[in-house]
Design a protein around this ligand. Sequence first.
Ligand code: CTP
Length: 403
Amino acid sequence: MTLEGRRILLAVTGGIAAYKTPLLIRELLARGAQVRVVRTAHAEQFVTDTTLAVLSQNPVSADLFAPTQEFPVLHVGLAEWADLFLVAPATANTLGKMAHGLADDLLTCIYLATQAPIMVAPAMEENMLNHPQVTANCARLRQDGVGWIDPETGPLASGASGKGRMAQIEKVISAVEQRLAVGDNLRHNDFDGRRLLVTAGPTLEDLDPVRFIGNRSSGKMGYAIASRARARGASVVMVSGPTHLQAPTGVKVVGVRSALDMLQACQEHFDGCDAAIMAAAVADYRPASVSDTKLKREAGLDSIALVENPDISAILGAQKGHRLLVAFAMETGQGLDQARRKLEKKNADFVVLNDLQQAGAGFAVDTNVVTIVDAASEQALAKMDKLDVADRILDELLRRLVS
Ligand code: CTP
C-alpha cells in the first residue's frame, strides 16, 4: 500500500467539487493512509460532516475554537499531526487567503502552522481561475513551495465547459504519492545552518537607455530552488536578474541587471556560503559600449560590437575551496558531452542538464526534465514540477555536503 501509515489532513472548501471528497477519502484509506478532515464553513453546503466522518473514521473539524480533548490547541495539534496537508477542492477564496497569510478560520490557521508539505487541488469557474488576482495568488503559493494539482478542462458547475474542474481523484492521489515519495529522503530543516547562494533569471546587457540584449529565462527554476532551500531550513541569498516573479518568503534577494552586476553580487555573497547553485541564464557577451543617449535610426547601425562576459560559475569554481558548486547546462543536443565539458570548465561538483528539445523542459513552463551529471554518473529524472526538481537537486547537494 503506497500510503501505508501516512497521515493526510484533507481540507475541504466550499466548491461543488467537494462532492467528490468522500471518494477521495476512500481511495486514500484504501492505500493505507489515515485521513482527518477539516472543512470551511461553506463546504457544508456541498458535503455533510456525517459522510466525511464515517468515511475518514475520524471526527470532522470545522470550528477554530471548538473544544477538543485531543490537542491543547486544535489548529496546532492538527498541523503537527499531518504528514501532508491537502486542500481539495481549493476555492479562489481559500487560495487567496493562503497566499496573503490571512488566518480567519481553522483551515488557514493550519496552513500557517503546519510544517508538513502542502498541496492544493484548485476548482473553480474558468474566468475565476484566469483572473489576474487568482493567477498571482496561485503563483505566490507555488513559489512558497505549495504543491499544485492542476485543474482539468471539462464541464463546470455553471454548465459551461472550460478549465477549472478539480483534477480526477486518481490524479490527486498520484500527486500525493509522488509528493510523499520525494519527501521520504529529505525533510524539514535538513538544510538547517546551511547557507546557499543561488543565481536566477536572465541578465540584460544594455545597448542604450532603451535597448538591451536579453534571453528567455523566466527565473522559475532558480526561484524554485531558493524557495525549497529556504523551506528546508537554509539561509539563502538569491542573486536574480530581472524577472516577473515574487521573491520567495524568507529569501534575501539581490536584484541585478547585467552579468557584470551579477558577478559582483555573487562575489560579495559567496564567502559565507556552503554552496552556490548557478541557475541564471547569463549572457555570454555584452555590447562593447553602452550609449548614454538613445541610438537613432538615421545614424545607421550595421552591427553591434560585443565583448565576452566573465563566466561567473567558472570564477566561483576556481575560488570555491571546500564549497560546492552546481552549474546548469541548457542544451539542444549532445547534452551529456556538453554537461561534462561544463563540469570540468567550471570546476563544478555536478551539472543539471536540461534538454530544450524535450516537451515540458526549459523556459517559462512550470515543469522541467533534467539529468544530474557528475564526472562518474548521470541520473535522468522524469518530467516533474520545478519545485520537485529543486528538491532533487538539493537532495544531491546535501548528500555531498554531509559526506
Ligand atoms: N554561467 C555563469 N556565468 C556566465 C555564463 C554562464 O555563471 N557568464 C553559468 C550558468 O548560470 C549555468 C552555466 O554557467 O550554470 C551554463 O554554462 P555556460 O557555459 O554558460 O553555457 P552556455 O553559455 O550555454 O555555453 P555554450 O554557449 O558553450 O553552450
